[in-house]
Design a protein around this ligand. Structure first.
Ligand code: AHR
Length: 659
């Protein structure tokens, strides 16, 4: 049903209690600051199976048997088809590549007499979504002699029903001996009733020459976001794009640092053909494919129109070890090479030419580079001292010399006790209780403009009274925490000439294996479980109205607390953002914009309200969204005054067209 603006306005007016003294606010027409153009963004590292098994659309888990000292290669997620063959990992004399030394050997149980189908089955990232008429693009490498054809199929674990099967060419006698690649597409004729499905490659036991076949890099992709090969899972990418993000900070996060000085995120091992990527020992309890590598992160930026914030490794590992001063030059050069790979001319630079050879002849533009991640934390105080004494400065000098237009960001902020040498900026990562977020509303007020700060990670993590990381860590974002985040963000927006931008972290969580509960989105193989958290709703509302200029607000009566607010201009509109915390009754507001005095002019007021219980969460398994969002048209009274009320624990944006 379409509601007219007038009807909506009446609805809005009817929700006013109408008897309390209103907080009377005047938004001035000038006097604020031009604000940061990038505002709200995203941060990604592979935590919570948010890359592999998350936004990276690959459906096959453990597709290339990648391993490390920490997570040795294994047959995780693989079983023999019908139990009719023996599976083993083999380190062949002729591996598929130096990066992928292990492969999967499949042998009939009886080498000479066995008949019938044998093969391998993959259970995916805890299931697979199978949809009718969708094109699934697959490939695998095989080594060994095989007369006959392979069958690639998708089937139900529960009923055995085969949703799609396709024949794939076998291995001719001329190909025997080397690795051969096979490609195929599967288009199911039917949508599976649930995600409890597997992928199989089967073949005729009698056709196998020389006793067994070896497989590697077995891959299957559904359609991807913007049709990128090796791309992103559509529903997750779309849910992130709905946040209207402006930047992507990658690759972390602790993933960048790695556990040791030899196991950090090595950018040059995340580029190029998948068969040349060894993967890495993730810091979040699983091995990573790095299929979502440096180029894929940049393609993500291209496809969502995001400003990249590239974090480079700076010689600190999570075990607290750091690179000594005598060797820091090599680490700086490694980061400069990364930048040359991203931005260098294809014809005249070594790494620019490599990028071009990978299908990206045009250099990317990079405006922000962050030096490390949370250098104030691992190995403190000694390792942090080295950051202050020589590591950060070595990077700052080198980047300023070679890339004077890049804003270099230190991984600590002034709030972490770092005096950041000009022209560097800092990065602040508040993981707090709601009360502490609210108390941090004016955190940025007394900073000078020289203390430019990124809020590169933020989330409410503990309930009020929470007792630190070892106690009371919440399992999900909850409404009260999300409102606390909103108030902190509103405080940052009031100072946005000092704030580069803000992003929640971590962004994503696979419901089957996760290390960190508070996330914007939760997901599993079944897209029906993709769940926008309470914080997703808050960050989307605030991030959808980017202020290009702040405007001063004078409180004629009332003041900050329990109403927290910021006002400004945004692309042809005036915007007022507010949140209410610790109010004993709804807060009545009368709001005017200087120079916009017409009676009857209408503004759109969007309000997010939560459940009765401030600890209410958006539970993927009930699919009940506890965040109630309404947009009403509010008509101005005499003098252009907008009157409305906001309840305890609410977040709101009022938008008025016109400059
Ligand atoms: O967001 C999760 C982790 O929190 C990040 O990896 C790290 O930077 C921070 O400590």
């Amino acid at each position: 049903m379409m509601l007219t603006l007038r009807t909506l306005a009446m609805l809005a007016v009817s929700i006013l209690p109408g008897c309390q003294a209103a907080i009377d606010l005047l938004v001035h027409s000038s006097g604020g600051n031009a604000t940061s153009p990038i505002a709200y963004g995203l941060m990604h590292e592979d935590i919570n199976n948010s890359g592999d098994g998350g936004i990276y659309a690959e459906l096959i888990r453990n597709r290339a048997f990648q391993g490390s000292e920490k997570f040795p290669s294994s047959l995780e997620a693989w079983t023999p088809f019908n139990g009719a063959s023996a599976l083993s990992l083999k380190k062949l004399c002729t591996p598929l590549s130096a990066a992928l030394p292990y492969s999967l050997n499949v042998a009939p149980k009886s080498a000479t007499t066995q008949q019938g189908k044998i093969g391998i089955v993959n259970s995916g990232f805890w299931g697979m979504d199978v949809r009718a008429e969708q094109k699934y693009s697959g490939s695998f490498y095989v080594k060994g002699g095989y007369e006959g054809h392979f069958t690639a199929s998708l089937q139900s674990v529960i009923t055995g029903e085969v949703f799609a099967a396709v024949k794939v060419e076998g291995v001719s006698s001329g190909e025997t001996g080397g690795w051969v690649r096979r490609e195929f597409t599967i288009v199911p004729g039917k949508t599976a009733g649930n995600s409890n499905n597997t992928f199989a490659i089967t073949f005729d036991a009698a056709g196998v020459k020389n006793g067994s076949l070896n497989f590697n890099l077995i891959s299957l992709f559904p359609p991807t976001y913007k049709n990128r090969p090796n791309g992103l899972r559509i529903d997750i990418a779309e849910a992130l794009a709905e946040l209207k993000p402006k930047f992507l900070r990658f690759p972390g996060g602790n993933m960048l640092e790695g556990d040791t000085l030899t196991t950090y995120w090595k950018w040059n091992e995340t580029i190029g053909p998948l068969k040349d990527r060894p993967g890495m020992a993730g810091v979040w309890q699983y091995q990573l494919t790095t299929g979502l590598g440096l180029v894929e992160y940049m393609e993500w930026c291209d496809d969502m129109n995001l400003e990249p914030i590239v974090a480079v490794w700076d010689g600190l590992a999570l075990d607290g070890n750091y690179v000594p001063q005598s060797q820091i030059g090599e680490v700086v050069q490694y980061a400069l090479d990364e930048l040359e790979f991203l931005t260098g001319d294809a014809a005249t630079t070594k790494w620019g030419a490599v990028r071009a050879s990978l299908g990206h002849p045009r250099p990317w533009k990079i405006k922000y580079v962050e030096i490390g991640n949370e250098d104030w934390l691992a190995g403190r105080p000694t390792a942090y001292d080295t950051y202050k004494q020589y590591r950060f400065q070595a990077f700052l000098t080198a980047f300023n010399d070679k890339y004077p237009n890049i804003q270099v960001i230190a991984s600590p902020s002034v709030f972490d006790g770092m005096v950041i040498p000009a022209p560097g900026a800092g990065d602040y990562h508040p993981y707090l209780t709601p009360d502490k977020f609210v108390a941090a509303f004016d955190k940025f007020d007394n900073l000078s403009k020289q203390n430019l700060t990124l809020i590169g990670e933020a989330a409410a993590t503990h309930p009020n009274g929470g007792i630190g990381w070892d106690g009371n860590l919440m399992a999900n974002p909850w409404w009260g925490g999300s409102v606390g985040e909103a108030i902190f963000l509103i405080g940052a927006e009031r100072n946005s000439e000092k704030v580069i931008g803000a992003t929640y972290a971590p962004g994503l969580r696979n419901l089957n294996r996760w290390q960190w509960g508070m996330t914007l989105l939760q997901h599993a193989a079944d897209p029906a479980l993709t769940t926008r958290s309470t914080s997703w709703h808050v960050w989307r509302l605030l991030g959808s109205h980017v202020l290009t200029q702040t405007l001063p607000v004078t409180a004629q009566s009332g003041g900050i607390r329990p109403l927290y607010y910021v006002a400004g201009k945004s692309e042809g509109t005036h915007v007022f953002k507010a949140a209410v915390y610790n109010a004993t009754q709804p807060v009545e507001i009368s709001l005017r914009f200087e120079g916009m005095t017409a009676k009857g002019q209408t503004a759109a007021l969007t309000v997010l309200r939560g459940p009765q219980d401030p600890y209410g969460v958006n539970d993927p398994f009930t699919q009940i969204n506890v965040v109630n969002e309404t947009t009403l048209a509010v008509a101005a009274d005499e003098g252009g005054v907008f009157r409305f009320s906001l309840p305890h624990l609410s977040v709101a944006v009022l938008e008025l067209a016109g400059n």
